[in-house]
Design a binder for this molecule. Sequence first.
Ligand code: OAD
Ligand code: ZN
Length: 246
Amino acid sequence: SGVEALGNMIAEASSIVPFTGAGISTECGIPDFRSPGGLWTRNRPIAFDEFVSSLDARDESWRRRFAMEPTFAAARPGRGHRALASLYKAGKVPAIITQNIDNLHQMSGFKPDDVVELHGNTTYARCIGCGQAYDLAWVKARFEETGSAPDCTVCDDPVKTATISFGQAMPEDQMRRATELAQHCDLFLAIGSSLVVWPAAGFPLMAKNCGAKLVIINNEPTEQDDVADLVIRHDIGETLGPFVGN
Ligand code: OAD
Ligand code: ZN
């Protein structure tokens, strides 16, 4: 079966780089983007230039984030997160690349420095001008006080969740580290991503082109199934559950 083949590939590999998407966190109660019921089936994404130029878009973006707060606050690592953390503890995984913004890899035991977040993190906020970090609680209190999204107390630019929106520049340091990881592993695991958002979706192909074996674990077909060495079209928690250690 797929799980047995995966187990053999994991046993043979010395440097495994996982690359995760929203599908690994659905069992933790966080909806993905493109499945039925996914976030982009309910709300149109707010692009970065809209956030910058429109006060209404900015307020709407923060209202959406506050509405998600109970979901993010209650989420705990699932079987997928825990299995990857076990491989990390065992020294098989040097670091993880993620498109996720939910902080669950850190919560499962990865050191923050070993989580390469391509799309940022939604558990705190940043000024888009000077980069000053803010607690979400501070943003929420200001929003409730004034009825609108707050600006930076240092430079007056808008404060946004520390995530990357469509049209926003990718974080350079994280892109560089993801490139190094993809180029120097012998097994690359693409888990729970539709692999349609670029440049993130370039990393599985990059790893494959640099000689790594590529495994795709996702319950729907992806754009890159045809180049993978192994495709496991099955539930992530069930597939990775057997790799959760003690
Ligand atoms: P998507 O929603 O595009 O894809 C998630 C995939 O996970 C889907 O193909 C699902 O079928 C699959 N899936 C969900 N739950 C699963 C489970 N329990 N077992 C197996 N498969 C499961 O999410 P991403 O690929 O992560 O970016 O989306 C990429 C980017 O698009 C996100 O980082 C975000 C979004 O716009 C930005 O906001 C910049
Ligand atoms: Zn600022």
